[in-house]
Ligand binder design. Sequence first.
Ligand SMILES: Cc1cc2nc3c(=O)[nH]c(=O)nc-3n(C[C@H](O)[C@H](O)[C@H](O)COP(=O)(O)OP(=O)(O)OC[C@H]3O[C@@H](n4cnc5c(N)ncnc54)[C@H](O)[C@@H]3O)c2cc1C
Length: 212
Amino acid sequence: MTIEKTDKTTPSRYANQRAHYSEEVIYSILDEALFCTISFCVNNEPFAIPTSFVRKDDKIYIHGSVGSHFLRQLTTGTPVCITVMLADELVVAKSAFDHSVNYRSVVVFSKSEIIDDYEMKAEFFKRLTEKVVPGSWDYLRPMKKSEVDKTMLIAFDIKEASAKIRVGMPYAAESDDTNLPLWSGLIPIPQKRLTPVADQFSQDIPLPEHLK
Ligand SMILES: Cc1cc2nc3c(=O)[nH]c(=O)nc-3n(C[C@H](O)[C@H](O)[C@H](O)COP(=O)(O)OP(=O)(O)OC[C@H]3O[C@@H](n4cnc5c(N)ncnc54)[C@H](O)[C@@H]3O)c2cc1C
């Protein structure tokens, strides 16, 4: 399925080569990214707050404390712009001008919807936990009702959205540059999970399989 392109979601640069509107592409970037930035205005002042999130179907969900100033600004209907980016490679060219980044990013324009339903809040706790630390939900101490009650769940439709993707080697704005004896190419910058580090209460506890 393709998300309908609007004036707001059409980039002025490289729209044909780099912009994507298929749900498959947009959802795959959202599912790989652990964090997003939610931008919104309060009294004409812009705010942009990074946070964790999870996608299910055509919605993005975020959690937070009911005491959070940030979340309390997002009453049902607040317009937001949500961005997510995965930076894959630094593109190193023969000139500073041609340096770039290979990336996959998504911009979503949406409105907030507060979800009060207890079961949904509990379900999305599980979904978010499993996204960040796969395989951990059944290992953990079960969630308490008071923890669900202390948490807000906010949903955003993914109805007006774009992805943008850059891949490939550096371009040379000046064709003479390609003959310069200067190195150019790509530096991968993968986001990786490395070896877990135990805290002071876990020194004698074996690392569970799902964390290996
Ligand atoms: C890690 C990273 C580094 C970048 N570095 C640079 C840089 O140094 N200089 C630079 O000019 N650009 C950079 N970009 C690209 C930047 O995000 C914009 O796409 C770019 O500035 C061109 O915007 P535009 O004028 O075409 O978009 P606009 O015309 O301003 O945007 C119109 C619409 O296009 C869509 N859109 C635009 N950009 C994106 C995007 N990245 N992802 C998804 N949808 C998008 C949105 O729906 C937006 O509302 C970088 C992107 C990433 C992810």
